[in-house]
Design a protein. Structure first.
Length: 132
């Protein structure tokens, strides 16, 4: 599956996804995808696994070291320029987009090529740290 792991820190590299002391920021953040807005699901301590259905945005990890997971999309099919917007509780926005392209080599083995952008700037992994 295609899924994003986001760590959010301030300029001092302090995790902003502390659900106790920064509750308004954490739970005031949403994701917009395909015209629908998704609120944060509190999944702290949950070792969730699951299929390829889009769930929106989840807070995972623990109270002090939270992380957002956003997704899921089926990684076994081609996706072209899939985009979603993170609507931060401070009123700012970030857009993440990805393309998932599957080709097959000479031996018939699937080769997956994924590209990602944050606000139009390429990045290399589904794991991302955003500074707020």
């Amino acid at each position: 599956p295609v899924e994003f792991d986001l760590t959010v820190v301030n300029s001092a590299n302090e995790n902003l996804l502390d659900s106790k002391s920064n509750k308004d920021f954490v739970f005031g953040t949403t994701v917009t995808y395909n015209g629908k807005e998704y609120k944060v699901i509190d999944a702290l301590g949950d070792d969730f696994v699951g299929g390829t259905d889009f769930y929106g945005i989840k807070l995972v990890g623990d109270e002090k070291n939270g992380q957002f997971k956003i997704g899921r999309w089926n990684g076994n099919i081609n996706h072209q320029d899939i985009a979603f917007t993170i609507n931060w509780a401070d009123g700012s926005h970030d857009m993440i987009a990805f393309t998932n392209k599957i080709t097959y080599n000479e031996s018939g083995t699937a080769v997956v090529n994924r590209t990602y952008t944050l606000n139009g700037t390429p990045f290399t992994s589904h794991k991302l740290t955003i500074v707020k």
